[in-house]
Write a protein that binds this ligand. Structure first.
Ligand code: AHG
Ligand code: MN
Ligand code: MN
Ligand code: MN
Length: 334
């Protein structure tokens, strides 16, 4: 079969999808190009001198890895001059980055987690890049973080790249979820799966069980029931997986079903949760919903949250619809 490259896919999408104009298409191509560069840097590993700590910290209170900083720089630089963006916000930057004065500004905002799962980078486990695209609101300076405080339901596109055994780009422009695999010889992303659907039921869950004693009762109950297997109330055995790179864990769920949880717990309660709403929960939530899954904090739909600050954190429960609904029901029951 003739390969469909990302460019062709996006041009065809532009023809049939009002949400996907030429500017958005260009933006997505530029992000994809940046992801190729990040993939190259990640793939070089120790040979590229890119492993280890940068010796700096970010606003999240995390020690930055060299690759966190490099990936952030690659995304900033690639997206500065295309004329499609008004500004960018990132997990690794305290404040939004505006487009340098010499370049034209466009109508979109790009938000990203430049390197997700960076604690895995030094042990050669999959990492990724997550991004979200919003419309730049009129009358708000894109240097002001208020411009980015839009509910996830208003995203016009979202995607992630996963740097695993192969590099993949998975994206949505509001018409389903499509996956591309990087052909390293050609240097191009090739469509390898279209209209991905997450099975509504699953026998696999994904959670960092070392936090079990800190979870709230509804999550304790859900996981306990899974662990009881065939003999328990669920009447079936469950498997558990935790890569500790959200991109990799959610990619597995998009590929074969499952439920991913980083719920509210006693350790992260003060900051509202562990994962970032604008760079992680919203883009992944949009993709999961577009693939027929569900994404909730346990108490509300993630995409309905009105953000109140740039680096806001939220609890995350996403994946197979019926399992997410069950966890939400347990929260309702208290
Ligand atoms: P990041 O590397 O972008 O800071 O994100 C790490 C996140 C997410 O990818 C993952 O699911 C989670 O942190 C892992 O947390 P634990 O180390 O607590 O399991
Ligand atoms: Mn981080
Ligand atoms: Mn992350
Ligand atoms: Mn990150």
């Amino acid at each position: 079969m003739k390969p469909i490259f990302l460019t062709q896919f996006l041009i065809e999408e532009q023809r049939k999808n009002d949400q996907c104009g030429a500017d958005l298409r260009l933006l997505l191509e530029v992000v994809a190009r940046a992801c190729k560069r990040i993939s190259l840097a990640v793939g070089k590993g120790a040979l590229g001198g890119v492993l280890g700590d940068a010796g700096t910290g970010n606003i999240q209170g995390e020690a930055q890895k060299k690759l966190d900083v490099l990936s952030n720089d690659i995304l900033l630089e690639a997206n500065a001059w295309g004329g499609h963006l008004a500004g960018m916000a990132s997990e690794e930057m305290d404040e939004p980055s505006i487009i340098p004065g010499e370049y034209p500004k466009g109508g979109y905002l790009l938000l990203f987690d430049p390197l997700d799962g960076s604690s895995n980078i030094d042990v050669n486990i999959s990492v990724g890049t997550i991004f979200s695209v919003l419309r730049a609101p009129e009358g708000i300076d894109p240097a002001d973080s208020k411009a980015y405080l839009q509910a996830g339901a208003t995203q016009v596109a979202a995607g992630y790249a996963v740097y695993g055994p192969s590099t993949m780009l998975v994206l949505t422009v509001g018409t389903g979820v499509h996956a591309f695999t990087l052909d390293r010889e050609l240097g191009s992303f090739v469509l390898t799966q279209s209209n991905l659907r997450i099975p509504e039921d699953t026998k696999e869950f994904s959670i960092n069980a070392s936090n079990a004693r800190h979870w709230e009762a509804p999550v304790q109950r859900y996981v306990d029931e899974c662990l009881k297997g065939k003999e328990g109330p669920r009447g079936k055995d469950f498997n558990m997986r935790w890569v500790a790179s959200m991109v990799a864990d959610v990619h597995r769920i998009i590929s074969r079903g499952g439920v991913f949880m980083y719920p509210l717990d006693a350790k992260t309660q003060a900051q509202g949760g562990k994962l970032r709403l604008l760079y992680e929960a919203n883009p992944m939530g949009y993709i999961v919903e577009q693939a027929g899954g569900a994404a909730s904090t346990g108490r509300e739909r993630i995409l309905d949250i009105q953000p109140h600050k740039l680096h806001q954190r939220v609890p995350v429960i996403m994946g197979s619809k019926n399992e997410v609904e069950r966890v939400v029901a347990y929260h309702r029951e208290g």
